[in-house]
Design a protein around this ligand. Structure first.
Ligand code: SF4
Length: 358
C-alpha cells in the first residue's frame, strides 16, 4: 500500500463532495428504484463487462419474469439462459442461479448480509459482495472494479499497475480508508457514477468534476496518464467453419455445448475446427463426429467473435443432408420456428439471417 496516497486529502470533505454530487446527478436506473438485495445482485452481475445502456432492457425483462429470488431459484436453467441471450459471459447467469438456489434453500430466501456467507456464494466475488453489502445493506465495504480503480488512481495519484491482482487488493484498502460510514451506499455508487460520467477513461471532464480540488492527478496535469495498466496478452485466434445443415423438411441441426467451459449449455450450429480439418475433409469429419452424412453447398458469410481470451474466426457454410433424425445425443433437428426456443450465443444468433424460413 502506498502510504503517501492520503497526504493532503481531506477525507470528510472528499466524501461530502462526492456524495452531494451523486445525490443530485445520479441516473435514474431501474435497479435504483429500491434497495432489494436480490435486484441489486442481479443488476451487479449483469453490469459486469457490460454497458449500462445494454443492461437496462435485460434487467427489466429479467425482473419482470423473475420478480423474486424464489422465482429465479425455481426457474428452468435453459429459460434463464434464454433471458440472458445476447448479454454474453453466460457463466454469470448459471452462477447467479446456482447461488440464488443456495440462498433459497440454506437461508430461507434471505440474501445474507455478512461478508463471509455472501462471499461464499457462487459467482459472488469481492466486487459483487461489496456492491450488495454497501448498496442494499448500507455497510461500509469496498466494491472495487476497473472504474473505481481509474478514479481513485487519479484522485490519489497511484501509479501501480492496476492489471495486477495484488494492486486491486490495495485499492480495497484505500476504499476502506476513504468510504463514508454514514452513507457507504452513495459513496460507492458515487465513485462508480463519477467514473462512468465524468472521470472517463479518455478525456476526463475535470472542469465539471465535483472532487477536482481533491484530485492529485489533476493538480499535476497527469490525469490522462493514469491509471497505469499493462496490456493484456493478445487473444488467440481460432478459425472454425460453422455448418448450417438442413434436411428436406427445412429442419436445421443444432448442437448443445458441454456442461462446463465456454458458453456451457448454450446451443449452436455445429462448428468444425478449421485449423485441423481442411475444407476437403469437412463432410467426412461431420460423419465421423456426429454420424451424419452431409453435402456442403454454399458459403454464406464470415464473422468474428471476440472473447476475453480468444477470437473465433467463423466462416459460415450451408450444407444439405438426407437424414431426418440423428443418433448423437449432442445434436438435434429443429424447425425454423423452434430455433427461437433455444439459447444461442451472440455469434450464432447473428447467423440466423442465413437460416431459410422454408
Ligand atoms: Fe477524474 Fe479529473 Fe475528477 Fe480527477 S479531477 S477525479 S482526473 S475527472
Amino acid at each position: 500500500m502506498n502510504d503517501k496516497a492520503f497526504h493532503n486529502i481531506d477525507i470528510p470533505s472528499f466524501q461530502h463532495d462526492l456524495i452531494d454530487w451523486y445525490q443530485s446527478n445520479k441516473r435514474d436506473l431501474p435497479w435504483r428504484k429500491d434497495q432489494d438485495p436480490y435486484k441489486v445482485w442481479v443488476s451487479e452481475i449483469m453490469l459486469q463487462q457490460t454497458k449500462v445502456d445494454t443492461v437496462i432492457p435485460y434487467f427489466k425483462r429479467f425482473i419482470e419474469k423473475y420478480p423474486t429470488l424464489f422465482d429465479l431459484a425455481n426457474a428452468d436453467q435453459q429459460d434463464v439462459l434464454k433471458m440472458w441471450e445476447g448479454l454474453g459471459y453466460y457463466s454469470r447467469a448459471r452462477n447467479l442461479q446456482n447461488a440464488v438456489r443456495e440462498v433459497a434453500s440454506e437461508y430461507e430466501g434471505v440474501v445474507p448480509a455478512n461478508e463471509k456467507e455472501l462471499g461464499s456464494l457462487k459467482g459472488v466475488g469481492p466486487y459483487t459482495k461489496g456492491a450488495i453489502l454497501s448498496i442494499a445493506f448500507n455497510q461500509p465495504v469496498p466494491a472495487v472494479d476497473g472504474n473505481v480503480m481509474r478514479v481513485l488512481s487519479r484522485v490519489l495519484k497511484i501509479e501501480d499497475d492496476i492489471a495486477q491482482p495484488k494492486v486491486k487488493k490495495e485499492f480495497e484498502t484505500y476504499v476502506h480508508e476513504l468510504i463514508s460510514n454514514e452513507d457507504p451506499s452513495s459513496f460507492n455508487q458515487g465513485i462508480m457514477e463519477l467514473g462512468a460520467l465524468v472521470c472517463t477513461p479518455k478525456s476526463p471532464m475535470c472542469m465539471l468534476c465535483p472532487v477536482q480540488e481533491h484530485c492529485k492527478a489533476f493538480a499535476e496535469g497527469i490525469e490522462e496518464d493514469l491509471p497505469v495498466k499493462s496490456k493484456a496478452k493478445k487473444q488467440k485466434k481460432i478459425p472454425y467453419v460453422v455448418l448450417l445443415i438442413r434436411n428436406k423438411h427445412n429442419q436445421y441441426v443444432i448442437e448443445k455445448r458441454p456442461d462446463e467451459g465456454l458458453l456451457a449449455n448454450l446451443y449452436q450450429f455445429p462448428m468444425v475446427p478449421a485449423a485441423e480439418i481442411g475444407m476437403d475433409h469437412m463432410e467426412n469429419w461431420i460423419q465421423m463426429e456426429y454420424g451424419l452424412k452431409i453435402k456442403l453447398t454454399e458459403k454464406k458469410g464470415k464473422l468474428k467473435h471476440v472473447f476475453s481470451h480468444i477470437i473465433w474466426q467463423l466462416e459460415i457454410m450451408e450444407a444439405d443432408t438426407d437424414a431426418e433424425e440423428v443418433n448423437d445425443g449432442r445434436i438435434r433437428f429443429v424447425s425454423h420456428d423452434e430455433l427461437r426456443d433455444f439459447p444461442f450465443p451472440v455469434s450464432h444468433q447473428k447467423m440466423m439471417k442465413y437460416v431459410r424460413e422454408s
